[in-house]
Every structure is written in structure tokens, then in C-alpha cells.
Design a protein around this ligand. Structure first.
Ligand code: GAR
Length: 216
């Protein structure tokens, strides 16, 4: 049973997807702790409802980013967390935090990175006029949404899309690829070789085109 910690800042729908996957027996993991940097996060209500231990760790309670991160690492290590999942956690973690969990911090981002990194990724995609966007689960390094990619789901952008409609379409796939990635870790199938991450025995190779090709 993989021991995971989930870091959140807000709504927590990705946290909920992991909780559901565990409760449905699809993920062989236990959420040892939810940590929120935001005391108002709805994700905390979800933790309460499902009897999952949670802690609020606010940046403003610490003199430095280093102390803030050390506290989070300490709480996670006290519970022997093996995989840290950033599920809508809106802060950049430094190497001081990451060194505690080598190759064991993952993040969900609502674009096909390296496109549209940072905030408001879905709005960026709509405004850019991209024909595809999607979501990515990646290992976290010190870059902003730039670490080695584990899995990406491609989602079409439609001509009438707004930030909200695209976000909703992408979110459905976030709720699939994040729980699936946790299960891949639980199965010990994630192999990291520098920037290349391979999921052992996974199928690779589907090809999407948008708009559809007609004659070629
Ligand atoms: C999700 O769309 C997630 O991909 C995004 O925040 C949202 C959190 O929703 N994360 C980022 O943009 C990270 N750079 P949730 O709280 O309902 O899971």
C-alpha cells in the first residue's frame, strides 16, 4: 500500500478523484495526510468528510519559505509519505523541499506542458487559439510546471470555447490521469531516466488531429 500525501490550495476536485479511486479499490494507496496552504480550501471539507487527516500550513506563519517548506516536509515525513501529490497546490516548491522526496513529487497541470505553463493555463490556450490543449502529470522539479512528463491527455479546443468550458473539458481528464498515475506509482511501474519517464508495460501511440482531416 503506497503512502501518499496530497498538497492542495483550493477546490480539491483532483483530491476527490484520488479519494474516489481509493474508495472504489482502483488505487492501492492510502492518503496519510492532506496539507493545505489555504485555511479556506474546500479540499479540507472533502478530507473531513472522508476521515482523512489534514493540516493547514500557511506561508504567512513562517519567517521564510524555507521554514514553511520544512514544516510541510516534516509533517509528511512523520507519516512516512512515499509519494507527494500536488493537486491544485498553487506554490512553487524549492529544492529544499524536493530533496526530501527524490523523484517522488508529482503535479497535475491543465495544459500540455511545455505549452501554457503557470497560471490560467486554460485561458492562455483559448486566447492563443490552440486547437488542442489538455493536461499533464509530471514530476516536480524547481521549474514552474516544467518537470519530466509522466502522462498527458489531449483535449480539443473548440471555436466557441471560453476559459470555463475548456477548463471543464480538461478537468474530466485531470480526474482520470492523476488517479491513474498514483496507481502506476503504487504498482512500481514508473521509471525515471533524466527527463524521460516510462510507465512500464503501458500502451503508447494514439494519434489525435483537430479539426479532423478529410482528404489526406
Ligand atoms: C486544476 O485544474 C489543476 O490542474 C490546476 O488547478 C486546478 C485545481 O483544481 N493546477 C495548476 O494550475 C497548477 N499549476 P482542484 O482544486 O479542483 O483539483
Amino acid at each position: 500500500m503506497l503512502r501518499i500525501g496530497v498538497l492542495v490550495s483550493g477546490r480539491g476536485s483532483n483530491l476527490q478523484a484520488i479519494i474516489n479511486g481509493i474508495e472504489e479499490g482502483k488505487i492501492n494507496a492510502k492518503i496519510e495526510l492532506v496539507v493545505s496552504d489555504n485555511p479556506q480550501a474546500y479540499a479540507l471539507e472533502r478530507s473531513k468528510k472522508h476521515g482523512i487527516p489534514f493540516q493547514v500550513v500557511e506561508r504567512k506563519s513562517f519567517a521564510s519559505k524555507r521554514d514553511f517548506e520544512e514544516r510541510m516536509a516534516e509533517l509528511l515525513k512523520e507519516r512516512s509519505v512515499q509519494l507527494v501529490v500536488l493537486a491544485g497546490f498553487m506554490r512553487i516548491l524549492s529544492k529544499n523541499f524536493l530533496k526530501h522526496f527524490p523523484n517522488s513529487v508529482i503535479n497535475i497541470h491543465p495544459s500540455l506542458i511545455p505549452a501554457f505553463q503557470g497560471l490560467h493555463a486554460q485561458k492562455q490556450a483559448v486566447e492563443f487559439g490552440a486547437k488542442f490543449s489538455g493536461c499533464t502529470v509530471h514530476l516536480v522539479d524547481e521549474s514552474v510546471d516544467g518537470g519530466p512528463v509522466i502522462v498527458q491527455a489531449v483535449v480539443p479546443v473548440l471555436p466557441q470555447d471560453t476559459e470555463d468550458t475548456l477548463s471543464e473539458r480538461i478537468l474530466k481528464f485531470e480526474h482520470r490521469i492523476l488517479p491513474q498515475t498514483v496507481q502506476w506509482f503504487a504498482e512500481g511501474r514508473v521509471e525515471v531516466d533524466g527527463r524521460k519517464v516510462i510507465v512500464r508495460d503501458a500502451r503508447y501511440g494514439t494519434l489525435p488531429v483537430n479539426p479532423e482531416l478529410e482528404k489526406f
